[in-house]
Design a protein around this ligand. Structure first.
Ligand code: OSB
Ligand code: MG
Length: 369
């Protein structure tokens, strides 16, 4: 099909509660919503780059620049038959996986709709519902953290991830573990430690955690490997894994024993599926990470998380954990067994609500033939 129209929107949505990590606190979430038209169908994508380069070097503004000046012109007017056609056209450009992934998501939606099948089916999904947990930001103090975790458990989440940073690690984890001895618990440092101050990471080894996510720098597989050798708890890499090659190399040197797969971080669903396939062959458990997505990105995450290797609960929570009002319908709800249903309608399987989308749009640009 020929891609004859593309629309980009920079949107901003208020989070139900501020989200604090080792790299900062967010009250609002910014992202770019992409709309692609081809063959009379419309596909939607979400580029998760936020306002500050805290998680990744990409921001909403750099993604806007790279998309509008390079990626969109490379595909507008092109005859696209499969995802590889898009990947081929973008291969000459370096980096910017979040921008790449947003565009790729819209194309997956379009191609799945053209095939009349849910995205999950097209990707090779095998589950109708996926196990999920909730990612809890750093709270004002330990008491509030324990209370917040307790509320999510009461809502039905059976796996909790807590964000940590130097000074807010062992104390936070001990308090949660003492209050909830049986809880499936894991932590995420978002690369806030160095190998020199990893003693506090080693101190977390005795709390029966499912995993310790991204303790060290994103560009440092070597020190992660040294740290993993000192821990019985599996290290899980997030920021460090940008491609299937990184995944293979990390596993070869035992830099991690679990991988967090975020399609956005690795440049799209196609690369995410390759990493999943590698891990499945290598008996390495994977799970789907999140970037506080709207219903559009969440539908895509649920689709990839339905693949057989995603055996650990994902950071894919119900809509009401993030937003009062979403831009897509229906909202995602938590099932009593701490799972969320995978959309079963063709494509992403959600309906974008144009009036709500208009209300959160800060900037819009269209590209037509
Ligand atoms: O590191 O997993 C992360 C959110 C923004 C940026 C980075 C991360 C996160 C989360 C939230 O942990 C997961 C979610 O979407 O619920
Ligand atoms: Mg993470």
């Amino acid at each position: 099909m020929k891609i004859d129209f593309i629309e980009l929107r920079h949107i901003r949505m208020r989070l139900v509660a501020p989200f604090e990590t080792s790299f900062g606190v967010e009250l609002d979430r910014d992202c770019i919503i992409l709309m692609l038209r081809g063959g009379g169908l419309i596909g939607w994508g979400e580029c998760v780059a936020g306002m500050s380069p805290g998680y990744s070097y990409e921001t909403t503004m750099t993604a806007w620049h790279v998309l509008t000046d390079f990626f969109v012109p490379a595909i507008l007017g092109s005859e696209i038959v499969e995802i590889e056609d898009l990947r081929d056209r973008l291969r000459v450009f370096k980096g910017h996986p979040l921008a790449r992934a947003g565009l790729e998501m819209a194309l997956w939606d379009l191609l799945a709709q053209a095939a009349g099948k849910p995205l999950a089916t097209i990707l090779g999904g095998v589950r109708e519902a996926v196990p999920v947990g909730v990612s809890v930001g750093i709270q004002k103090d330990v008491d509030l953290l324990v209370e917040t975790v307790g509320q999510f458990i009461a809502e039905g989440y059976d796996r909790i991830k807590i964000k940590i940073k130097p000074g807010r690690d062992v104390g936070d984890v001990r308090a949660v573990r003492e209050t909830f001895p049986e809880l499936k618990l894991q932590v995420d440092a978002n690369s806030a430690y160095s190998i020199e101050d990893a003693v506090s990471i080693e101190a977390l080894d005795d709390f029966d955690l499912l995993l310790i996510e991204q303790p060290l720098a994103e560009d440092d597989l070597i020190d992660h490997s040294k740290l993993q050798a000192r821990l019985k708890t599996p290290i899980c890499l997030d920021e460090s894994i940008l491609s299937v090659r990184h995944a293979r190399q990390a596993l070869e040197i035992d830099a991690c024993r679990i991988i967090n797969i975020k399609p956005a971080r690795v440049g799209g669903l196609s690369e995410a599926r390759s990493i999943h396939n590698l891990c499945l062959e290598s008996n390495i458990p994977v799970w789907c990470g999140g970037m506080l997505e709207t219903g559009i990105g969440r539908a895509s995450n649920l689709a990839i998380a339905s693949l057989p290797g995603f055996i650990l609960p994902g950071d894919i929570s119900a809509t009401d954990r993030y937003y009062v009002e979403d831009i897509a319908d229906p909202p995602f709800v938590l099932n009593p067994d701490s799972t969320i249903d995978v959309p079963s309608r063709p494509g992403l399987g959600v309906e974008v609500l144009n009036d709500k989308l208009d209300r959160v749009t800060l900037r819009r640009e269209v590209f037509g033939l």
